[in-house]
Design a protein around this ligand. Structure first.
Ligand code: CAA
Length: 257
């Protein structure tokens, strides 16, 4: 594995996955997501693992999908690449997954945390869906899962303005389980994982399946529309401008075209 590290011995029956592209703030490239999917599927099939923790580093859980990889892509390129199909496999993992988040959890990073079953955050964690600032919209569940977690008006503000939400507010609005001091976020997540790993793995899987079912009953349609519109955004000039401006480190000039 090039972009993730896996430790199986962090606690009995608990596996730890660390996203490992620190220079790029763990931007979720297609290759990283493919390694993550393969690893999660392996761990899901491994009877020595009952709970999985996903973390980044102190500065970033993940700063989103890899914007540089998306530069120059057409709507058809995006549709054919269908990079978010990987996420559908991760959604099917039966064992509980806990996100241990510190620093940036933005765009796809926030969406990955929300795809996990629980989130433990450090007091420095920052959540956000800033895709609008580069002329696109969330494409990996953000519009649906964030809205279900924190409610319409708060989600609308975050998705439409790109405004960040700090950890204490995220806890207040039910986006995360709890906030702990930065030196404790990983150990707290592992502690929670160990607590669950000590319980019946069958019951835990059955319980996870049912909680998710109740959560996702009306989600599917929204996700399909979200993905289509995410790809469609690549037909706009504003998307090209937004990505170019990000890479050239300048303010974008959006024209609504
Ligand atoms: N994709 C690719 N590279 C990224 C990245 C991303 N999402 N986020 C950060 N990086 C890179 C930067 O380009 C930079 O690389 P260089 O050193 O080569 O210039 C490096 O990581 C460090 O980043 P910064 O210098 O920008 O660090 P900072 O501390 O000044 O700012 C930040 C941090 C506010 C998170 C800023 O990097 C940022 O705004 N990142 C983009 C966040 C974003 O828009 N995410 C959404 C992406 S789209 C998406 O996720 C779609 C989806 O729904 C799945």
């Amino acid at each position: 594995m090039e972009f993730i590290k896996v430790t199986n011995t962090v606690q009995p029956y608990v596996a730890l996955i660390q996203l490992n592209r620190p220079k790029e703030l763990n931007a979720l490239s297609v290759a990283l997501m493919s390694e993550l999917r393969a690893t999660l599927q392996e761990l899901d099939a491994d009877s020595n693992v009952r709970v999985i923790v996903i973390t980044g580093n102190e500065k970033a859980f993940a700063a989103g999908a890899d914007i540089k990889q998306m530069a120059g892509k057409s709507a058809m390129d995006m549709y054919q690449l269908d990079q978010f199909a990987t996420w559908d496999h991760i959604k099917k993992i039966k064992k509980p997954i806990i996100a241990a988040v510190s620093g940036f959890a933005l765009g796809g990073g926030c969406e990955l945390a929300m795809l996990c079953d629980m989130i433990i955050a450090s007091e420095t964690a920052i959540f956000g869906q800033p895709e609008i600032k580069i002329g696109v919209i969330p494409g990996a569940g953000g519009t649906q899962r964030l809205t279900k977690a924190i409610g319409k008006v708060k989600a609308m503000e975050m998705v439409l303005t790109g405004k960040f939400m700090p950890a204490d507010e995220a806890e207040k609005h039910g986006l995360i389980n709890r906030v702990v001091p930065v030196e404790l976020y990983l150990s707290e997540a592992v502690k929670l994982a160990a607590q669950i790993a000590a319980l019946s793995p069958i019951a835990v899987k059955l319980a996870k399946e049912v909680v998710l079912r109740s959560f996702e009953t009306h989600l599917e349609e929204g996700l399909i529309l979200e993905r289509k519109n995410f790809y469609l955004a690549f037909a706009s000039e504003d998307q090209k401008e937004g990505v170019a401006a990000f890479i050239e480190k300048r303010k974008p000039n959006f024209k609504g075209k």
